[in-house]
Design a protein around this ligand. Structure first.
Ligand SMILES: [Zn+2]
Ligand SMILES: [Zn+2]
Length: 158
């Protein structure tokens, strides 16, 4: 059971860290053109397609977890699925209703887009790694819309 929990938490840690570095590298050489298009369009693809983008890269690591032990494999697969679902939601929500991102002090990804930040605020689901690696940029942020609980479910799902 302990192995399962450790693997679950490890998947969250690895997922958010890879998200940070992959996005940071997209402002360098990785899929630069595709990412520049995303910045130009300024919309999410819909939760399901975002989920696949976050989930598929975790598969090789998930397989490695199963090679280690069944418990570790299950824990990592569950953590990776949870992470991908959350990251996909966080991305979509910040593109549609940034004011509803209650778990962040400021919706970093929304601000990353809005202020055309090419060197800061690379986090999407959380802002921890921006703070760790010194790329967190505090900008003035005020909720333009009131918080509406129902809005949390009103995103483009597919
Ligand atoms: Zn970006
Ligand atoms: Zn985006």
């Amino acid at each position: 059971m302990a192995e399962c929990l450790v693997a679950f938490l490890l998947a969250l840690l690895v997922g958010t860290l890879v998200e940070y570095w992959a996005h940071r590298m997209m402002h360098g050489w990785l899929l630069r053109k595709k990412h520049a298009e995303h910045h130009k369009e300024g919309v999410g693809q819909g939760w399901f397609w975002e989920f696949l983008d976050y989930f598929l890269p975790t598969l090789p690591l998930g397989a490695a977890g199963f090679l280690y032990s069944l418990e570790a494999g299950i824990g990592f697969a569950a953590g990776a699925t949870f992470y991908a679902a959350f990251a996909a939601y966080a991305h979509q929500l910040q593109h549609e209703h940034p004011e509803l991102c209650f778990w962040l002090v400021r919706p970093v990804h929304y601000l990353h887009h809005k202020n055309h930040m090419w060197k800061t605020n690379f986090g999407i689901s959380i802002d921890l790694w921006d703070r760790v690696f010194g790329t967190y940029r505090r900008v003035e942020w005020q909720r333009e819309q009131p918080f509406r609980f129902r809005g949390l479910f009103r995103i483009k799902w597919i």
